[in-house]
Design a protein around this ligand. Structure first.
Ligand SMILES: *Cc1c(COP(=O)(O)O)cnc(C)c1O
Length: 239
């Protein structure tokens, strides 16, 4: 069935409300303040008019996976200064292109990419905020740093001049049962809490980005401070 644009827009409105309600309910049940959980709208494959409709409904943070796609859309956002995060895998040769346009790179996952980010940020007089993406289930098919490598990476980053670690991002395996998925979220939260005590000048654990359309309520229950929701807001993606 094809939807008219108007139907599509009103579905977006309903979806945003539902997601916000679910976040609040899950937070309150866990004894958390719903205001401590930020909602990101993941906008990959979504056209600019639909994104701007969501922004008009109070969405103030968007996430894109691909550098090229973000650059193509970047002139069209209303408001133009909406906060943008890169959430997809970042290759070294794209770092310089994306740095001027994102406030946070959530997918830093190696010493090499952190070094490149710091170097390119220095060249434009910026200090780039990043999250370290952890491959929490040790899945071979996925990007992300192995958790046991995190201490070494943070030690290296603490010596870099133009990068700042603000927290952790993770994507547990999909299509698993609640208990298993929550165990991964809980592991991510534990690492986040452990590292929060070791503050250095450029490492400060403030953001725990976890939870997507299928599991964001569980992520909130396990301590997420940001959830990344795409299809539950915009509908099934068409590539
Ligand atoms: C696509 C994507 C999301 C959102 O996925 P949905 O299941 O549509 O909510 C969140 N995080 C990352 C890293 C993604 O690539």
């Amino acid at each position: 069935m094809e939807y008219s644009l108007q139907e599509y827009y009103s579905a977006i409105d309903d979806n945003i409300k539902t997601v916000r309600d679910n976040i609040a309910e899950s937070a309150i049940k866990a004894g958390r303040d719903p205001a401590d959980v930020r909602l990101m709208a993941v906008t990959k494959t979504v056209d600019i008019n639909r994104i701007n409709h969501a922004l008009a409904q109070g969405i103030d943070l968007i996430g894109e996976n691909r550098v090229q796609e973000l650059l193509e859309k970047n002139d069209g956002f209303v408001p133009s200064d909406v906060e943008k995060h890169l959430i997809g895998h970042l290759q070294s040769n794209k770092v310089a292109k994306i740095l001027p346009f994102v406030s946070l790179i959530e997918s830093a996952d190696s010493v090499g990419i952190c070094a490149e980010i710091s170097k390119r940020a220095a060249a434009i007089g910026k200090t780039q905020d990043v999250l370290i993406e952890l491959n929490i289930a040790g899945e071979e098919s996925k990007t992300g740093l192995q958790p046991e490598m995190l201490d070494d990476l943070l030690a290296e980053v603490s010596r870099m001049s133009n990068i700042r670690v603000r927290g952790i991002m993770g994507v547990p395996p999909i299509c698993e049962d609640e208990i298993t998925v929550r165990r991964y979220f809980s592991k991510l939260h534990q690492i986040f809490v452990d590292k929060s005590s070791q503050k250095t000048d450029n490492i400060r654990m403030e953001i725990l980005s976890m939870g997507m359309s299928g599991d964001y309520a569980w992520a909130v229950a396990e301590g997420a401070t940001e959830v990344r929701v795409g299809s539950a807001i915009f509908g099934i993606r068409r590539y």
